[in-house]
Design a protein around this ligand. Structure first.
Ligand code: HEM
Length: 256
């Protein structure tokens, strides 16, 4: 799909299809739940009208696809740049998951892979400017007076790269999330999904997707730079989210 108009047209056709099969006692998901509310028309000022359904579903698509896919591409690029780390992830997958289908409950027994995914999110910092906010009243923050209506750009990088929180912030270093015994350690400064009331509502879903997609790919493939690529050097693209612009890579089927 090329642009927002294409997405909206696609979604409008979807809504018509959902309406045809709508059963208020057996709702299939968000769109059905919304359409049921819309049909009730209890309140003339209801938020449950088509424009809001379009915005909600479009936001979920836009905020929920590019973010996770870019993070996976960063993770695979780091695996190529750091083959020793890739080897350790492979070893852990082979030991804990083996040939089975990766499941989310494998994660608690895979501290190294979990640390690699966390470090990917910290290091890649894919939403560097967060989302802009505006103060709703006058306030004083750390000695600075911010009048009502001040435009705020909360830089996540200042936390994700804070050297008081991360030992080697300028390096890709999964040990940031491991203790001396190799157990996974949570860090309060790990905030790629931002913090507070308006932090990313897709955080739990995203974390599940990242674990399942990354382990599934790593279970089947080894990642290398494509033949002829001497220095596999990944550059960040410029945009609202930072995607990796990587040289060509090869995925080679692993043999067991
Ligand atoms: C690696 C994956 C993801 C990252 C790093 C990420 C990061 C973020 C960040 C930093 C924000 C701004 C929060 C703030 O303003 O304080 C945000 C907002 C949002 N995210 Fe995510 N996100 C990810 C995946 C997802 C997924 C999978 C979904 C849904 C399916 C999603 C839905 C949203 C929505 C709807 C908002 C706007 C929330 C609001 O304004 O209240 N995100 N995300």
């Amino acid at each position: 799909m090329q642009n927002i108009e294409d997405i909206h047209n696609f979604l409008k056709t979807e809504f018509v299809e959902h309406l045809k099969g709508l059963d208020r006692d057996d709702q299939r998901g968000l769109i059905d739940a919304f359409l049921v509310k819309q049909e009730e028309k209890l309140d003339p000022n209801t938020y449950f009208h088509e424009m809001n359904l379009l915005s909600t579903v479009t936001s979920l698509f836009m905020a929920g696809t590019e973010t996770t896919s870019s993070t996976i591409r960063w993770a695979l690029s780091y695996m190529i740049q750091y083959p020793d780390i890739q080897k350790r992830v492979h070893e852990e997958i082979d030991r804990v998951i083996g040939m089975s289908q990766p499941r989310i409950d494998h994660r608690k027994n895979m501290p190294y892979t979990n640390a690699v995914i966390h470090e990917t999110q910290r290091f890649a910092n894919i939403v560097p400017l967060n989302l802009p906010r505006e103060t709703t009243s006058d306030l004083t923050f750390q000695g600075y007076h911010l009048p009502k209506g001040t435009y705020i750009v909360p830089l996540l990088e200042s936390v994700l790269y804070d050297k008081t929180q991360f030992e080697r912030p300028e390096l890709f270093y999964p040990e940031h999330f491991l203790d001396a015994q190799g157990a996974f350690v949570k860090k309060a400064a790990f905030i790629p999904f931002s913090a507070g009331r308006r932090s990313c509502p897709g955080e739990t879903l995203a974390k599940m997707e990242l674990f399942l997609f990354f382990t599934s790919l790593m279970q089947k493939f080894t990642f290398h730079a494509a033949p002829g690529v001497k220095n596999f050097n990944v550059k960040p693209s410029v945009g609202l989210t930072i995607a990796p612009v990587a040289p060509k890579m090869c995925c080679v089927l692993r043999s067991y």
